[in-house]
Design a protein around this ligand. Sequence first.
Ligand SMILES: Cc1cc2nc3c(=O)[nH]c(=O)nc-3n(C[C@H](O)[C@H](O)[C@H](O)COP(=O)(O)OP(=O)(O)OC[C@H]3O[C@@H](n4cnc5c(N)ncnc54)[C@H](O)[C@@H]3O)c2cc1C
Length: 466
Amino acid sequence: MSRVLAASGVEFAASVPVLIVGGGAAGLCAALAAAERGADPVIVEREALLSGSTALSAGLIPAAGTRFQREKGIADEPALFARDIARKAHDEADPAIVRLVAGRSAALVEWLADRYGFPFSVVDDFNYSGHSARRMHGLASRSGAELIDRLRGAVERVDVTILTGRVADTLYAGADGRIAGIAVKSADGAHESIGCRSLVLACNGYGGNPALVRSFIPEMADAFYFGHAGNCGDAVLWGRALGAKLSHLSGYQGHGSVATPHNILITWAVILEGGFQVNADGRRFSDESRGYSEQAVDVLRQPGGVAFDIFDARIAAVARQFRDFRDAEAAGAIVTADTPEALGVRLGLSSEALAAEFARVRDLKSAGSADAFGRSFRGLPQLATPFHAVKVTGALFHTQGGLAIDTGSRVLRADGSPFPNLWAAGGAAAGVSGNSAAGYLSGNGLLTATVLGRLAGEEAARHAAA
Ligand SMILES: Cc1cc2nc3c(=O)[nH]c(=O)nc-3n(C[C@H](O)[C@H](O)[C@H](O)COP(=O)(O)OP(=O)(O)OC[C@H]3O[C@@H](n4cnc5c(N)ncnc54)[C@H](O)[C@@H]3O)c2cc1C
């Protein structure tokens, strides 16, 4: 149970300069930044092993103007990136935070690369919709598991204390909103209290709290939650009790391409490279090019709540750079056939309907025109035999609403003034995706986790030293 209690009279067993709740990308970046400033940060993490949604992700961090881009001849700049984020979020995101994260993105990626040896490279063989430049930076496996492992290795090398197996459930606050410390509960039910000069909330959003999802995002109340189960909305619940400003609570990242029943993410590259989705009737049903996030609801509305990604061997070769896709192949999720009709049989769909959609898509590509849903097929290569398909469903990946922050990542009260010693980053803070799934631009999750995590750690350390 997350609660806020009065700090007066509470004796803390120990006190630390910078305390961080949550050991995902946001918490670990905060810890690295605070440690660089000599603040001796301590991380409290509920799991025995660091994972979070970060470990489940593809580990791709968007950044504009990096040397990795320049080496590949990719022209990009923060202002362009900020425009892309704002446009996808229908101008609902806080423009100052959008400029902040876009402006600091290149320095973030180069910081992790140069100081901590993260071997980033740019995904340069396909475009993510909504991004005007190729700016997704990933590690060799293109997996969040590798990202979290490298972050954990980095914090261990600088001797950051990580208290695992502890759930933070209580904040102790003064009448002025100053956080004096927290209480954490271990698996055996024992409570310990830890005092702090600065507190960073990096415990992500409320995807793992069905009641909050139902209340803020009813359209995904019954959807499969693909993120980390331990993200139960503590930041929002504490914020509500403290009188914090909460923003964009209906915003989220969905995904319309999760292999079912295998529960493996199938990269949206299979669609953007020239593939398409059909439903169980063998018919297309949407403009897939808008983005995978808003596609989640569209897929869930189809018969049985499922769809089928249709693509070919060339596209599979692009997708294979992602560990998830290779895992899906190994799990037998990808179906192959030489003709549309045979693919229909293998998928249990009407062969005639599927063949007719293949023909329609072929004609749209030949003409370079758009369909009735508004998807343009201009410049997309024709699918060639052998064809592939995978049965998918829509899922909730992570929530985008949370604690409103200022440009120093400080948590704001309902009246807009900052709390004295409270910071938030990653999914704990309100994101830059606005109020709906359609506002999520690829990479907004790790962008705000890493950039704001680093900033929160810097600022929390500066405050603790003052
Ligand atoms: C399948 C999938 C793919 C994705 N792919 C991408 C991608 O490629 N690029 C991208 O930008 N984003 C992606 N995302 C989103 C991205 O994973 C998240 O936005 C990001 O990991 C959030 O980082 P975080 O540190 O805020 O949260 P997390 O990584 O979830 O870390 C939060 C941590 O806090 C801990 N915690 C929670 N409550 C408490 C508590 N009370 N006490 C102690 N500990 C607590 C949790 O156990 C967890 O370890 C993806 C998400 C999913 C689910």
